[in-house]
Design a protein around this ligand. Structure first.
Ligand SMILES: [Zn+2]
Length: 345
């Protein structure tokens, strides 16, 4: 084995016992993860990684256990062969992270959802704490469980997001969280919310494109999203934008009731008028309309502007606090067989 970086075909050809099955492992060497001093060849699909048993055993109890088993096939160049059932891309992603390639963890500006997904799935499957926690922390960064963190997030540019964003990726993350609820439960309400505020036709089209996801999981997600969407639409009216219809409409200390009432009417009409063009916002019950209220502040009295802003922000907060309830996630599922504990506040 001489070439370190060539993607050459490696084939076990040397003297093998005669009873060895004829299908010798054929694989492509990984361009970077092929070390001359490696003592394990990990093969996923048709990609081989010549790496180190000590590294795998240190990082992963699952892989340590697999390596402790009797080998399933002959060594290649004195390297133990470990064949994995995962995709080459997933294994590549995880091993590159473990070996600190491509800048290692959290160095890149924005991580693709496929990377996060591989971290969580393989991190859980093989018990690789560093990988699993990296995936979880990237998800928590984008789907925080505090209102303050969420507020900072919505003010940020999408380009600054830890995980690259698109509608189908919002679905993929939600599905990933649903499959690993024990690890990522805190992130679930906001992930479902992210799906629920999308235009339904776009959402379902993107979901249909997730061909690797079982249909039952898609239906489960779709049902949760639709229940939540319905409730969020009402919450938007009853809490977030209740200042548009509340009684009294203007502050008790209003300095110019006629002008302030006119401003409110104007805002209410504009608020509704945006939906034909931006229908996908219709369930966005966490929308921050503070700037919109501010834009109308010149024509209204200070007291009313403050009254509307306070009502609006209190409404958003209320939606945030009940977000899990919208998706029927309000109470923790009791553990099987464990005595029920009173639900938290
Ligand atoms: Zn007023």
């Amino acid at each position: 084995m001489s070439s370190l970086n060539g993607r050459k075909r490696a084939r076990a050809t040397s003297t093998e016992p005669e009873d060895v099955k004829p299908s010798l492992p054929v694989f492509e060497r990984h361009a970077s993860l092929w070390y001359d001093d490696g003592n394990v060849i990990v093969i996923a699909e048709d990609l081989g990684f010549r790496i180190h048993r000590g590294v795998l055993s240190r990082e992963s109890t699952g892989l340590a256990a697999a390596l402790a088993e009797p080998p399933g096939e002959p060594d290649i160049d004195d390297c133990r062969v470990l064949r994995m059932s995962d995709s080459a891309k997933d294994v590549d992603t995880v091993l590159e992270a473990l070996y600190g390639l491509k800048g290692g963890f959290s160095q890149s500006r924005q991580v693709p959802v496929a990377t996060v997904s591989a971290y969580v799935r393989l991190g859980v499957k093989y018990d690789i704490p560093r990988i699993r926690e990296e995936g979880a922390s990237l998800i928590r960064a984008c789907y925080p469980n505090s209102f303050q963190a969420f507020a900072v997030l919505v003010d940020d540019d999408l380009d600054l997001r830890a995980i690259a964003w698109s509608v189908e990726q919002e679905c993929e993350i939600a599905l990933l969280i649903l499959q690993h609820e024990e690890l990522l439960r805190d992130a679930l309400p906001l992930a479902l919310y992210g799906c629920a505020i999308q235009l339904p036709s776009v959402l379902t089209e993107k979901m249909a494109g997730l061909s690797h996801v079982p249909a039952s999981s898609l239906w489960d997600l779709l049902a949760r999203i639709h229940v939540g969407r319905h409730e969020l639409l009402q919450s938007r009216r009853d809490f977030t934008f209740s200042f548009l219809s509340q009684k009294p409409a203007t502050s008790l200390n209003c300095a110019k009731p006629v002008a302030c009432s006119a401003v409110l009417t104007d805002m209410a009409r504009n608020h509704f008028r945006q939906f034909p063009e931006e229908y996908d916002n219709i369930a966005d019950a966490l929308e921050d309309a503070d700037n919109t209220i501010q834009e109308h502040s010149a024509k209204a009295c200070k007291s009313c502007v403050q009254y509307w802003r306070d009502t609006h922000q209190a409404g958003r907060r209320k939606v945030w606090d009940t977000l899990a309830d919208h998706f029927d996630l309000g109470e923790d599922k009791p553990d099987e067989g464990a005595p029920g504990e009173p639900a938290g506040p």
